[in-house]
Unconditional design. Structure first.
Length: 174
């Protein structure tokens, strides 16, 4: 059943105007577009909120967990200062204080004659253990070849530098 057009209406109607009882194609297309746009906006929102966390994870930062917690707090509270703080922490390289302090502790235990504990002997990732043998005094051996030790032919520069004579300073007179 087609309803007759109103006499004041134009005889050429645009294609998006549908007759009564038919499916409105434009409304269906706009509904699908709106649903996809909301979904894509949500993906972009979550992707942007996880940006500092991914940056810290990619560069293996020590403060990765702190950055992740700050991003979650910013996501759930909508306080953007936490996201900015997480982004700044992801960009800044914090110095590693643990490795030098554990090495100092191990050295202090060796000097004191105490057997180093297992906690201080564990090497931090990224550090290299010494490969040269250590003598009784705790100094690494600097001699590399036997002929230079026995006084044979000089094959290169001396392995240990000779001590320079100390110059005594004269006291300044007033």
């Amino acid at each position: 059943m087609t309803d007759p057009l109103h006499p004041a209406a134009t005889h050429h109607l645009p294609s998006f105007i549908t007759a009564s009882g038919e499916t409105d194609v434009l409304m269906v297309v706009m509904g699908v577009f709106l649903a996809l746009a909301v979904l894509m906006f949500g993906v972009l929102f979550f992707w942007l909120h996880s940006l500092p966390e991914r940056m810290a994870h990619r560069s293996h930062k020590l403060q990765f967990e702190i950055v992740a917690v700050l991003c979650l707090i910013a996501l759930f509270t909508h306080m953007h200062i936490f996201w900015i703080a997480g982004l700044l922490l992801a960009l800044i390289d914090l110095p590693d204080f643990g490795t030098p302090l554990s090495r100092i502790a191990t050295s202090a235990e060796k000097i004191a004659g105490i057997e180093p504990s297992e906690a201080t002997l564990q090497e931090a990732p990224g550090t290299v253990a010494p490969t040269s043998p250590v003598d009784k005094k705790g100094e690494a051996s600097l001699d590399t070849d036997a002929p230079s030790k026995k006084g044979g032919s000089p094959s290169g520069p001396p392995t240990k530098p000779e001590l320079a004579r100390a110059h005594k300073k004269e006291p300044l007179h007033a």
